[in-house]
Design a protein around this ligand. Structure first.
Ligand SMILES: NC(=O)c1ccc[n+]([C@@H]2O[C@H](COP(=O)([O-])OP(=O)(O)OC[C@H]3O[C@@H](n4cnc5c(N)ncnc54)[C@H](OP(=O)(O)O)[C@@H]3O)[C@@H](O)[C@H]2O)c1
Length: 359
């Protein structure tokens, strides 16, 4: 298993991290799956107070193996007392008295961004928590980069949070379908600041576990399964430290952890070549900024455009199911008044989204 430095923290983490969000899906296999992943070289465990019984499963599975792994959890950040209470509960379930990394959880929207950023706000509380030794490092996590609010896209919020210099690690969604331009806008900034970059949702919420379309032939010589391709592709970016894989069975752990070994066998030249081939496939015209949302009558235009691009350009068949259901609603619309004026790409937004269903 290849490891990488987690930015400036001094920690060395496995390139495949254990994503703990779905341990409740096969609770009877949780213990075996965690042990299997650790035995395969995973040393980076990711969980959160709000992932069902994930912390409880991990606490039980990791008993007696504390020196084998780097532990990250997440807390909601609406209120200092709630955050502290949540952390105490996490410690009790995880059977630890501190963690290596504490993330401010799901700071995607403007409200959470404001809780963090206001004077003496949650950033201040998190820094106090760190100075008390309850966590060694701080991180911030995003599940997505929408909505556009108060003149800011999710990407803008993430960049501003990076620029506070309070966080050692960022966790964010990225996948082969490259909805938002994380690679253009976030990765260079994170590299400049020497931050750990941890990827969640690497399979676009399961979309890429069985079919990676045109990327299969690019990665074919190295991978045995599509899901391995989805994970490997992200690790071809040097700025990415670790990709979290939601492993819920030992068989999935075997399949997905193998990526850390496949990666270790690739030279720098091979990595660059593969990454360029992936990028050369291109990416759809909509940047998923979300500016049009107030004008589109509840129709999720960025998602429709992205999944359509994934199906058309990348040949990912299952992506059809992610937008087909909106056809009737889109075709019934006669006007998205105001949308064209805010689209930075200058689209006729309604015409563009109707065209998706004409193809
Ligand atoms: N910061 C945040 O707020 C946040 C949000 C989301 C996720 N995360 C983190 O990111 C991690 C990864 O996200 P995730 O668990 O949603 O997604 P994932 O790793 O993409 O896995 C999604 C699901 O795909 C299936 N799967 C995985 N590998 C497979 C394989 N080789 N073959 C077939 N199916 C496979 C599994 O479901 P089945 O077992 O049902 O088949 C798995 O639960 C999470 O566990 C969590 O640690 C963080």
């Amino acid at each position: 298993m290849e490891t990488r430095p987690l930015g400036r923290t001094g920690l060395q983490v496995s390139t495949i991290g254990f994503g703990g969000a779905r341990l409740d899906e096969h609770p009877e296999q949780a213990m075996e799956t965690v042990h299997r992943a650790l035995d395969l070289g995973v040393n980076f465990i990711d969980t959160a107070r709000y992932y069902g019984n994930s912390e409880k499963h991990l606490g039980e599975a990791l008993r007696g193996r504390r020196s084998d792994y780097i532990l990250a959890t997440k807390a909601m950040i609406e209120d200092p007392d709630v955050t502290r209470e949540s952390l105490e509960t996490s410690f009790s379930l995880l059977e630890v008295d501190r963690v290596d990394l504490l993330y401010a959880h799901a700071c995607d929207n403007e409200a959470r961004y404001t809780y963090l950023m206001r004077d003496k706000g949650m950033l201040h509380t998190l820094e106090q928590i760190r100075s008390e030794g309850l966590t060694r490092f701080l991180g911030v996590s995003f599940n997505h980069f929408l909505p556009y609010e108060h003149g800011r896209t999710g990407i803008d919020r993430m960049k501003a949070l990076i620029e506070t210099d309070a966080f050692d690690v960022i966790q964010l969604p990225m996948s082969l379908i490259r909805i938002e331009r994380v690679e253009d806008e976030i990765l260079p900034l994170a590299a400049e600041r020497d931050l750990g970059v941890v990827i969640n949702f690497p399979t676009a919420d399961g979309l890429l576990t069985r079919d990676i379309g045109v990327f299969q032939s690019i990665l074919d010589p190295y991978i045995s399964t599509p899901c391995q391709g989805a994970l490997l592709a992200l690790l071809l970016y040097p700025a990415v430290t670790s990709v979290l894989s939601g492993m819920s069975t030992s068989a999935i752990a075997d399949e997905n952890c193998a990526v850390g070994t496949i990666l270790a066998g690739l030279s720098e030249a091979e990595r660059d070549q593969l990454r360029h081939k992936i990028q050369d496939v291109g990416i759809g015209p909509c940047r998923s900024c979300g500016r049009c949302a107030p004008y589109t009558q509840g129709i999720p235009v960025p998602q429709i455009m992205t999944f359509h691009d994934s199906a058309q350009r990348f040949g990912i068949q299952a992506a059809h199911q992610r937008y087909e259901g909106h056809k009737v609603q889109v075709m019934a619309c006669t006007d998205f008044e105001g949308a064209n004026a805010v689209c930075p790409e200058g689209f006729d937004v309604l015409a563009k989204v109707k065209k998706v269903f004409d193809d």
